[in-house]
Design a protein around this ligand. Structure first.
Ligand SMILES: Nc1ncnc2c1ncn2[C@@H]1O[C@H](COP(=O)(O)OP(=O)(O)OP(=O)(O)O)[C@@H](O)[C@H]1O
Length: 281
């Protein structure tokens, strides 16, 4: 049986003054969780914005849940999507969470008030607070509850765990697993967190410099993932561009933490370049 596609991007290009997205060709399978992984500024959030018609491509076509995006009547399409953006809007700061929820739910005929309340309870959210008075984590959890409450066919999550403590993170993973239980829903999640990819994703798409580098099955790929700590500081950006398979690099107290999707090649590279590996996970 032919696999269904939830998102299709064909020859998509978007030009910004200092950044070119694309050409992007991408097919995200329906019924699975696909992780979008790439360094800062690689174009993940820009891709989400194109999928939601919040930005227009100069070239190419974007198709979501079988509908061409930007083709006119997007209201029906948007009702089938849940979106958690990377950043919150500061102009909503003086709005009470419950007032925002009351506004948002009008757009979604499938809004499930019981499920929404269950999520508020689970995440211990006080919806009587103004959004600007919430902690970063609480606001993130609230926005996640809003994105989920109409049980969307397609859930677009842009770095959902940013600001969450480990307990909230585990709850979020549980909620997303339950969301996928029916088997016909799709999640596209931009993330930097290896454990999130490990626990959630079926497929992984790598992006860099506005291009898709490849799409892989998680199980096939993770066997070759690892986290290396190499001695030396001040060069994480350079190492990101140079170490084989590097997905993320950051300073970690006198050493650099490197997440790589090609563990063996990365280790060999470190040896040959004289970078001492002080720990590996
Ligand atoms: N509204 C905009 N106008 C012009 N350039 C933009 C705009 N939004 C993003 N960019 C640029 O587009 C590039 C890609 O940014 P984007 O936010 O899509 O990356 P990202 O992969 O989501 O990064 P991060 O991991 O930091 O969230 C960056 O160089 C950014 O500066």
């Amino acid at each position: 049986m032919e696999e269904k596609v939830a998102i299709s991007m064909a020859g998509v290009e978007q030009n910004r003054p200092h950044f070119k997205l694309g050409p992007l060709d991408l097919e995200v399978p329906a019924g699975y969780v696909t992780a979008l992984v790439g360094p800062n500024g690689s174009g993940k959030s820009s891709t989400f914005r194109l999928l939601l018609d919040l930005a227009k491509p100069e070239k190419g076509t974007v198709t979501v849940l079988g509908k061409r995006v930007g083709g006119g009547d997007d209201v029906e399409l948007k009702r089938r999507i849940g979106y958690l953006p990377e950043n919150t809007n500061s102009f909503e700061d003086s709005l009470k969470a419950e007032d925002k929820a009351a506004f948002v739910r009008q757009w979604y005929p499938d809004w499930d008030v019981n499920y929404y309340r269950e999520l508020l309870r689970l995440f211990e959210i006080d919806s009587s607070l103004k959004l600007g008075k919430m902690s970063k984590g609480m606001r993130r959890k609230f926005e996640l509850a809003l994105a989920l409450a109409h049980r969307p066919e397609l859930l677009l999550l842009d770095e959902p765990s940013s600001g969450l403590d480990p307990i909230a993170w585990k709850k979020m993973i549980g909620v997303l697993h339950r969301h996928m239980e029916r088997g016909d829903r799709t999640i596209l999640i931009a993330t930097h967190i290896v454990e999130e990819v490990r626990r959630l994703a079926d497929y992984i798409v790598f992006m860099d410099y506005g291009r898709v580098l490849g799409m892989y099955e998680k199980d096939e790929l993770l066997s070759s993932w690892s986290v290396l700590f190499v001695q030396g500081e001040g060069r994480p950006e350079w190492l990101l561009r140079t170490v084989p398979g590097a997905i993320r690099t950051e300073e970690a107290g006198g050493s650099v933490r490197i997440v790589t999707s090609r563990a063996q090649q990365a280790e060999r590279w470190c040896e040959s370049e004289g970078y001492r590996i002080v720990a590996r996970k």
